[in-house]
Design a protein around this ligand. Structure first.
Ligand code: CMX
Length: 435
């Protein structure tokens, strides 16, 4: 058994015993109450699942196993010559709760390199799709098509014991994460570069090799990819892509089917697709104003016009956060360190000044601050990755790290089929009469 798997096994067996004892003693304690507003309002704030890998505070933002993003930049191993954390390290931390050593991370890089081969039928399936198929449709379909490789599904068909579900899910998570950069890069090169594919560079780390296979070898871009794929990885369990992965996984669908479902959620404009919508919004604004350096007054007018058209300002607002998203601030920090003279980045920073007071003025937006998606596109455009319909795939490659390590925990702790209660409007009418 490999060392990461052994560590996960030991940890999860301990936690399983603890949870069993805890539920025996405290299982009937009330942890929450639900209002009608929450039932009608997308279940905001309702405590309803266990998610070990990260936790989101409305003010502080995300913490991965207790560590915030600045701490991760300090504590996770980085590649020699770079300051940004390696996403391999975050996966190790999320799965085990322990910070990895540089050696652990090197082992994980080479393990994913070994497991990275994509089945030929996946390429054939992608080639058969119309050339203009949205990259997220291609990505989700490609993940589903790789289900043929699922160790979990094969072992389940052979009659695997439920005590081994965690083991097969760990294998699926490791194999699937290993394959994602290859298949995601294939989609990019096929969609935007005449299907001229770039071979993997085995000497690189997971994120660096992904950047290389996309066709970018600028050290700055590799560094950005390491940070990008770290900060987008997880945002506790209630967000749509995580929750979908969790829900599909709870039926004992394999990691491939679960992640493919999660990616369909990520592809919505209120969630991950917002990163493409932000840069589209910026490009449209620059075109309409006829400048790449608009004044704050011009930006404010365009924002107002967008709102008057009954549209949202993409990249702003959040269902949980009530402060600027630390993931936005981490990207801003990257830009300050590496590309503060970029015009497109300056537009993003001007939007950061202009948009919040306008949204606050509407009197209904609970969080007027930027989220993760408000910054990412400008950084990518700076390095020449302009094809914005591809951006959500980058988010998805990263999100796999969080939701698949969480799926390993769900299997190890034996979480059941998810099945909340729905009510009818008649039930609500009766309920309000009685109360
Ligand atoms: N622009 C305009 N109006 C906004 C807004 C924005 N950026 N954010 C919220 N509002 C509006 C809502 O549409 C809602 O209006 P109605 O009452 O007329 O329907 C009102 O303000 C209250 O919404 P809220 O409680 O503040 O926000 P929600 O929790 O319902 O929604 C979110 C959160 C993210 C969907 C919303 O802020 C939004 O649509 N933002 C733009 C899209 C975006 O950036 N999504 C990415 C989020 C991060 C991610 O998942 O990747």
């Amino acid at each position: 058994m490999d060392r990461l798997k052994q560590l996960f096994k030991d940890k999860s067996e301990q936690v399983k015993q603890e949870v069993r004892a805890l539920l025996k003693e405290h299982g009937n304690k009330k942890a929450d109450e639900v209002s009608l507003r929450q039932i009608f309002g997308g279940m905001r704030g309702v405590k309803s699942m266990i998610w070990e890998t990260s936790n989101l505070d409305a003010i502080e933002g995300i913490r991965f196993r207790g560590y915030n993003i600045p701490q991760l930049r300090e504590l996770l191993p980085a590649r020699e010559g770079d300051n940004e954390p390696l996403p391999e390290g975050l996966f190790w931390l999320m799965l085990t709760g322990e910070l990895p050593t540089a050696e652990d991370v090197q082992w994980l890089s080479s393990e994913w390199e070994k497991r990275g081969e994509v089945p030929t039928h996946t390429y054939a399936m992608l080639d058969a799709l119309p050339a203009d198929t949205h990259p997220m449709v291609q990505f989700s379909s490609a993940i589903m098509s790789m289900e043929s490789e699922s160790v979990f599904s094969q072992r389940y068909a052979e009659g695997m014991s439920k005590h081994d579900y965690w083991d097969a899910t760990y294998e699926d998570a490791m194999n699937l994460i290993a394959k994602l950069p290859r298949v995601a890069a294939y989609i990019y090169r096929k969609s935007f570069h005449n299907n001229e594919q770039v071979d993997a560079d085995k000497s690189l780390d997971w994120a660096g090799n992904f950047a290389h296979q996309l066709g970018f070898d600028d050290e700055g871009f590799l560094s950005l990819m390491r940070l990008y794929l770290t900060i987008h990885a997880d945002h506790e369990g209630g967000n749509a892509s995580a929750h979908t992965t969790h829900l599909v996984g709870s039926t004992l669908s394999s990691a491939y089917l679960s992640l493919s479902g999660g990616m369909c959620s990520l592809a919505g404009p209120l969630h991950g697709l917002a990163n493409q919508e932000v840069i589209k919004f910026i490009f449209e604004m620059l075109e309409e104003l006829g400048t790449d350096d608009p004044s704050k007054e011009q930006i404010a007018d365009f924002v107002q016009k967008t709102l008057d058209g009954g549209k949202v300002i993409p990249g702003y607002g959040h269902a949980v956060l009530r402060q600027p998203d630390p993931r936005f601030m981490a990207q801003k920090g990257f830009a300050e360190r590496n590309l503060s003279d970029s015009k497109i980045v300056n537009v993003v920073w001007n939007l950061f000044e202009v948009v919040p007071p306008i949204l606050e003025g509407l009197g209904k937006v609970k969080n007027p601050w930027p989220n993760v998606d408000a910054h990412s596109g400008a950084l990518l455009v700076h390095y020449g990755l302009n094809e914005y319909t591809y951006y959500t795939v980058l988010f998805g490659v990263s999100r796999a790290l969080g939701v698949l390590s969480a799926l390993c925990w769900s299997r190890a702790l034996g979480f059941p089929l998810e099945r909340p209660k729905s009510v009818t409007l008649d039930w609500v009418r009766e309920f309000v009469k009685e109360s």
